[in-house]
Design a protein around this ligand. Structure first.
Ligand SMILES: C[S@@+](CC[C@H](N)C(=O)[O-])C[C@H]1O[C@@H](n2cnc3c(N)ncnc32)[C@H](O)[C@@H]1O
Length: 273
């Protein structure tokens, strides 16, 4: 039986085909695509590529670095790092359909030789101890109840001194989350940590936390800016609607309220193994 979290994210058809159709309808030539053309669908987290680059800035990346992206989705953050720093990135994700599409999208933008994707579970990583120079995880732990296991695994696969960058949605002080949201249609697959729980969880896994940034206000401004932009120039050719389906606009509206009413917060943690 398909895992309920993977079922939430899996679309009906080949995601790469649906994305290709959307891009072609908008007049894009698939042979001339850039990573920026994909960013409206493949950077599947609040504040998009800007947030990925902020995290990347902490990872001490060189061309020789091998990075693990835990919960890599369609592979946007992995490609962003590979393109900006020339490093190699392995993406691991629970949802097979995302891993398949991530590989195809990487070929489209000629990054297939620097990124690779495989299906797996963040709480049981199929990698050797001390294998990676750096690791990141963006908007993934909100689907994972066993965060202690997830962070212990991240610590295990990192070389000593390697950086682990975490950017996640946390439970805010303003009340229960309004559903549906992009990571869950209802509470059974939503597992938000509170800010008070995060530091003990990361420290308990053996990490030293060097930086914590709460970006909730920027996240709210980001949603307001994209809503205003869409009102002016229409929806981008491809969005998360291609795999989340028809209730995606309602999910986006709920996110705006969840942020404005401090029901959720976006926070990043930079940790050293
Ligand atoms: C909101 S998406 C974020 C994807 C990507 N990090 C990004 O920012 O574009 C959440 C991702 O977490 C993955 N995920 C959820 N639970 C997981 C688990 N236990 N192990 C690995 N991936 C998981 C989902 O399949 C989905 O791709």
């Amino acid at each position: 039986m398909i895992d309920p979290v993977a079922a939430h994210y899996s679309g009906r058809d080949s995601l790469a085909d649906i994305i290709a159709e959307g891009l072609q309808r908008a007049g894009k030539d698939l042979n001339e695509l850039t990573t920026a053309d994909l960013a409206t669908v493949d950077e599947f987290h609040i504040r998009g590529r800007k947030a990925t680059m902020e995290l990347a800035g902490h990872l001490k990346l060189t061309e020789d670095a091998h990075v693990l992206d835990i919960g890599s989705g369609l592979g946007g953050p992995a490609r962003t790092l590979a393109e900006a720093y020339g490093c190699h990135v392995t993406g691991l994700d629970l949802t097979q359909a995302f891993c398949d599409a991530a590989q195809i999208l990487s070929e489209w933008v000629n990054l297939g030789n620097r990124v690779a994707f495989q299906q797996g579970d963040a709480t049981n990583l199929p990698f050797a101890d001390d294998q990676f120079d750096a690791a990141m995880t963006i908007h993934v732990a909100m689907n994972i109840a066993a965060k202690d296991k997830m962070y212990e695994q991240a610590k295990r696969i990192l070389k000593p001194g390697g950086i682990f960058a975490v950017y996640d949605v946390l439970q805010g002080e303003g009340g229960d989350v309004l559903f549906p949201v992009p990571w869950a249609r209802e509470p059974s697959i939503s597992h938000l940590a509170t800010p008070d729980e995060m530091e003990p969880l990361l420290a308990g896994a053996g990490f030293k936390i060097s930086d914590v940034q709460d970006s909730t206000r920027e996240s709210q401004s980001w949603f307001e800016a994209i809503t205003a932009q869409m009102a002016q120039s229409g929806k981008p050719p491809v969005t998360a609607q291609v795999f989340l389906g028809r209730d995606f606009p309602e999910m986006a509206r709920n996110q705006v309220r969840n942020l404005a009413e401090r029901r959720i917060r976006t926070v990043s943690y930079i940790c050293e193994a």
